[in-house]
Design a protein around this ligand. Structure first.
Ligand SMILES: Cc1cc2nc3c(=O)[nH]c(=O)nc-3n(C[C@H](O)[C@H](O)[C@H](O)COP(=O)(O)OP(=O)(O)OC[C@H]3O[C@@H](n4cnc5c(N)ncnc54)[C@H](O)[C@@H]3O)c2cc1C
Ligand code: SF4
Length: 351
């Protein structure tokens, strides 16, 4: 049985205390929200913090407030939503107004892990989820047998031995979707707070995958007004019941009255160390109706963005090809096609 290493546990009741305590020794302290990723990682000695700051007792992090505009803004400042980082994924998927406003976020969140894990797992933890790799998500003894790897305790990347950086895979479902929805996040430290686009929370580096400073807590997701936008999330995984994504497409588009695209965002997940915006695909869509030809061209552009490595489930060439299929189905769904049969086929990987 794998056991947790010893650590000191601190349970603040306010964000202010959490930020102060985290600021005392950020390099040796780790935030834990639901613990569904952090605690298994600690058992495998992938993370070995001396102190844990548990967020579960912080009531102010557990609210979904209609009205966004800017992070920290009041309910009157817009028609979006502010989602506390400590909101569990179960609470999030049960919020009907939020589901109606951003169906893509509902689809992404409801496909995270299992109902039990969603009861514990939070949106903040999902956004900060560690990157994954076949050579890293193993027991300490397994990793020791291969002399570890660059991400923890070793020097070499076994996926690409000449790579100067870790290529572990961004495996969060909600990050690509929130990026496609144009969401922002609020980060709070003892020194102050700042707000940034979800797109800017990430960088393509498997070890330093978030731009969050070690002394900062992610406190809130700010979802802008989604009026006029449609959104969807398509995910490839081995088991339809639960599994991490190994390729995903998050799509959102705003339409005019004639069905032409006014604005679009297409983000490819789980094929790099961060969600990747398919900018060329977005450009191809704007100003156009979603014809089959336009959809095929945009899906091809999304395919070109994907750069999967051989460090997670399935053959990497097939994973890359599947990005085209995921993007096509996502765009057809935004157009209004009935895609229920395609979703069932995807769950069986026969799409
Ligand atoms: C069997 C299994 C299947 C899974 N399947 C999926 C899946 O399909 N898709 C998926 O996306 N995830 C999956 N997960 C991972 C995980 O359950 C979810 O990502 C969950 O949402 C993580 O949230 P948490 O609150 O438990 O995070 P935690 O484990 O508490 O934390 C995760 C990371 O985020 C950091 N963190 C947490 N909250 C904050 C905050 N407010 N500010 C700054 N940093 C923070 C922690 O320090 C840690 O590094 C799976 C896990 C398991 C065990
Ligand atoms: S990509 Fe390389 S460095 Fe990163 S976890 Fe995998 S083997 Fe380790």
């Amino acid at each position: 049985m794998m056991r947790l290493p010893p650590f000191r546990y601190r349970a603040p009741r306010t964000v202010r205390d959490a930020a102060l305590w985290l600021g005392e020794s950020p390099a040796e302290t780790m935030i834990v929200a639901g613990g569904t990723d952090a605690l298994p990682n600690m058992k495998r000695r992938q993370q070995e913090p001396r102190t844990i700051i548990g967020l579960r007792a912080i009531e102010e992090l557990r609210r979904i407030v209609p009205g966004a505009g800017s992070a920290g803004g009041g309910a009157e400042s817009g028609a979006g939503h502010r989602i506390g980082a400590g909101v569990t994924l179960t609470t999030l998927v049960r919020d009907e107004p939020l589901r109606a406003a951003a169906p893509g976020l509902w689809q992404a969140a409801v496909q995270v892990a299992t109902p039990h894990l969603r009861n514990m797992g939070t949106i903040g933890g999902n956004l900060c989820l560690d990157t994954r790799c076949t050579y890293y998500d193993q027991s300490y003894e397994w990793r020791k047998a291969i002399d570890f790897c660059m991400k923890k305790d070793g020097r070499t990347c076994w996926v690409a031995t000449s790579s100067p950086r870790c290529l572990a895979v961004s495996s969060t479902d909600t990050a690509p979707m929130l990026q496609a929805l144009g969401a922002r996040v609020r980060l709070v430290s003892a020194a102050g707070e700042r707000e940034l686009d979800v797109a800017d929370l990430y960088q393509n580096d498997g070890m330093h995958y978030v731009t969050r400073r070690p002394d900062e807590i992610l406190t809130e997701v700010v979802l802008p007004d989604q009026t006029g936008w449609r959104s969807t999330y398509w995910k490839l995984r081995r088991r339809g019941s639960f599994d991490f994504p190994v390729a995903a497409v998050a799509a959102a588009a705003q339409f005019d009255g004639d069905g032409r695209v006014l604005a679009a965002r297409l983000v490819v997940g789980a094929v790099a160390s961060r969600p990747l915006a398919a900018i060329k695909a977005e450009t191809l869509l704007v100003g156009e109706a979603l014809t089959d030809e336009r959809i095929a061209a945009a899906a091809q552009a999304a395919y070109e963005v994907a750069k999967p490595m051989d460090n997670t489930d399935f053959d990497l060439v097939w994973r890359k090809k599947m990005v085209t299929a995921l993007a096509e189905h996502a765009l057809r769904e935004l157009r209004g096609d009935d895609v229920r049969a395609a979703r069932v086929r995807l769950a069986r990987q026969v799409i």
